[in-house]
Design a binder for this molecule. Structure first.
Ligand code: ADP
Ligand code: MG
Length: 278
């Protein structure tokens, strides 16, 4: 049987003004699961809860919230430090805001390593160089500053940092949305290749449904904080749930360029639609 690396059951995330994630349940084994849904549906909040990064006054509660069998609801600061960036790591949308502009790439990779491992200089350097090579960059990049990198290179550096400590779970929150279409494919292919090589699981948050259909095993569809649909990712083109269908047809591509895109019917009750659909 597969062993779950993430177990989420009845996850709620509340702010004084609103519930932003509502009764969400899913598991992640050694596989790639995509989280899709329009902007504001609670995807990033879910990722943040799994990384212990939901800030006050946000409140995280759940029946179960586990990473590699460790209960996140009772984890202390020290537990989080050993888990985050080590067993579970995250890649964000835009490297420009995630990297330190006044430190070289090498310094930032070394720092990410020393946070979790005591290593001598030679081994540290070796690991840093391996990580840079693994993401398809050349070693001279190590002496550069983030501002000197293109968007695609910056994203590769972010992935190198996330991979440094060989996490078992990688969360990628729209890792390609700041990139053009050719780079999007390259970065996704890199992530998938690293998942396979390292037997790493991935939770991919993405707007790009065709990319998800191609590269993930399963997809979970969120709407206003709740799960509305779930299916094998390759079945996305044949989705029958009305919301999932709309998401699929909403994507702009060469054939719809310059035309009006379909919009979601806000008056439709999705829970009703979902139960009709079942
Ligand atoms: N600090 C906050 N206080 C209150 N609501 C927030 C806060 N941060 C985000 N939200 C709300 O939480 C909802 C989900 O946000 P998010 O998870 O970022 O959506 P997604 O990643 O799916 O686009 C949004 O409606 C957003 O407005
Ligand atoms: Mg988001």
């Amino acid at each position: 049987m597969t062993e779950n690396r993430l177990s989420v059951q009845g996850l709620n995330i509340d702010y004084p003004t609103a519930r932003v994630v509502n009764n969400l349940s899913f598991t992640l084994g050694n596989e790639r699961l995509a989280l899709v849904g329009e902007s504001g549906s609670g995807k990033s909040m879910t990722a943040r809860a799994l990384m212990g990064l939901v800030r006050k006054p946000g409140i995280v509660s759940a029946e179960k919230l586990e990473v590699l069998g460790r209960n996140l609801l009772t984890l202390n600061q020290r537990g989080w430090r050993s888990l985050r960036g080590n067993d579970i790591a995250m890649v964000l949308q835009d490297p420009r805001y995630a990297l330190n502009p006044v430190q070289t790439i090498q310094a930032q990779l070394e720092e990410a390593l020393t946070l979790h491992q005591r290593l001598n200089r030679r081994i540290r350097l070796e690991k840093v160089q391996d990580a840079i090579a693994a993401v398809g960059l050349d070693l001279p990049v190590l002496s550069r500053y983030p501002g000197e990198l293109s968007g695609g290179m910056g994203q590769r550096v972010m992935i190198a940092i996330a991979l440094l400590n060989n996490p078992q779970v990688l969360i990628a929150d729209e890792p390609t949305s700041a990139l053009d279409s050719r780079l999007r494919h390259q970065i996704l292919e890199l992530l998938v290749e690293q998942c396979e090589q390292r037997k790493m699981a991935m939770l991919l948050i993405s707007h790009d449904l065709p990319l998800v259909a191609e590269h993930c095993h399963r997809v979970l569809v969120m709407y206003r904080g709740s799960r509305v649909d779930e299916m094998p990712a390759r079945e996305l083109p044949q989705a029958t749930h009305p919301y999932t269908r709309t998401l699929w047809t909403c994507r702009p591509d060469a054939t719809t360029y310059g035309q009006m895109l379909p919009t979601l019917d806000r008056t439709q009750n999705l829970t009703e639609a979902a139960s009709e659909h079942r």
